[in-house]
Design a protein around this ligand. Structure first.
Ligand code: NAG
Ligand code: NAG
Ligand code: NAG
Ligand code: NAG
Ligand code: NAG
Length: 320
């Protein structure tokens, strides 16, 4: 979805350089030493990296109902931890029951001006932004959000038909810094999560997997980072009696990011932007839910279906 433009940018630079060469000296913008930096241990493998879960978290106040959900202020609940940047004191929480099957949770800095808006808010002109259908209210939704300030702001998403908990930050702090965001959800035992593409990995991602996204042209590395960034997963639960339930989680953010799948939780981290989560119920009209319905809710309503391709492009025209 978020494709790499570095190649195009590189081409433009060399064309500009070729044109300029007859009239002026080309001054490189990067020093020749740029590739000679020491290798850095990624935080995820670094035992002495700061633990952002020791940050103070936030406290919610001033909750106000809106026609589609509610908003609240989030204020930092202690002194700044500066784990990987500057903590942002004041945030806005926006909860919107966008349609029967989709609930949106946004958390972004309260004080944003046109000058710094694009650092935090991903414009809808770049990546489609799902919106309220103009009629759904909290009472009509397949999903419900509950929250608490004890000990700090935390929220959970449940399915209203059976109370199934789909996502929950209970027991973890929310971290919001100018160059680092972190949020953790509790997961059921032995959870089945699929997606977070692109990756070359087992179909079921497992409970001990780190998906790093920064849209690189890194080749086809097994378990590594590839071209695209599809920050969404579908989870299926195989319940007693042979019936299954399915739902989806989409984190709309185009920055470099990591999803750490661990035994009992998933940690979501980004290098900036804001939290913009879409929870999809995967529910059909009869109240059952399925992976197929979840994926339809994601493609049709969140990112748009792919363009229809000419039949011959499925043939020998591989790659270019
Ligand atoms: C806000 O909406 C919730 C859920 O719809 C409702 O329970 C609550 O009473 C409302 N609060 C106010 C102040 O209207
Ligand atoms: C955005 O810029 C304004 C004006 O300089 C500043 O007051 C505000 O703190 C900035 N917001 C963030 C989140 O950095
Ligand atoms: C998880 O994966 C890491 C790295 O691949 C490995 O070192 C570790 O032993 C695994 N942990 C478990 C509990 O399987
Ligand atoms: C997530 O679960 C793993 C494995 O149980 C645990 O080691 C880790 O501390 C948990 N992460 C957080 C942020 O609680
Ligand atoms: C039809 C049916 O048996 N549905 C069940 C599927 O599993 C969920 C979760 O255990 C139940 O809540 C449903 O009633």
């Amino acid at each position: 979805m978020f494709t790499k433009l570095a190649g195009v940018a590189g081409l433009l630079v060399s064309l500009a350089a070729a044109q300029a060469s007859t009239t002026q000296r080309v001054i490189p913008t990067l020093s020749p030493q740029v590739d000679a930096a020491p290798s850095l241990t990624p935080t995820v493998y670094d035992p002495v990296a700061p633990n952002a879960q020791q940050c103070p978290g936030y406290t919610a106040s001033n909750a106000q109902n809106t026609s589609s959900g509610f908003t609240a202020d989030l204020t930092i609940a202690g002194s700044h931890c500066q784990a990987y940047g500057n903590d942002i004191n004041d945030l806005t929480l926006e909860v919107q029951y966008q349609s029967k099957d989709r609930l949106n949770v946004k958390i972004y800095p309260k004080n944003i001006t046109p000058e710094n808006s694009t650092q935090y808010i991903l414009p809808s002109s770049l990546v489609m932004q799902p919106e309220w259908d103009g009629k759904t209210t909290a009472e009509e939704s397949d999903l419900a959000l509950t929250w608490s300030n004890e000990p700090t702001f935390q929220f959970a998403i449940t399915r209203t038909t059976n109370g199934e908990e789909l996502f929950s930050t209970y027991g973890h702090v929310i971290v919001f810094e100018d160059q680092f965001l972190e949020l953790v959800t509790n997961m059921v035992e032995n959870y089945n999560v699929y997606g977070l593409a692109e990756n070359i990995h087992d179909w079921r991602l497992g409970n001990n997997y780190t998906q790093t996204f920064w849209a690189t042209d890194s080749g086809n590395t097994v378990d590594g980072n590839v071209y695209g960034t599809f920050p969404w997963y579908q989870e299926t639960r195989y319940n007693a009696g042979g019936n299954t339930t399915s739902h989806g989680v989409y984190g709309r953010n185009a920055l470099g990011q990591e999803w750490l799948l661990r035994e009992n939780n998933i940690t979501y981290r980004t290098l900036g932007g804001s939290f913009d989560f879409y929870f999809l119920s995967g529910q059909n009209a009869d109240g059952s839910s399925s992976a197929l319905t979840t994926i339809q809710q994601f493609t049709q309503d969140c990112v748009g279906v792919p363009a229809m391709q000419q039949y011959w492009t499925f043939g020998f025209h591989q790659c270019r």
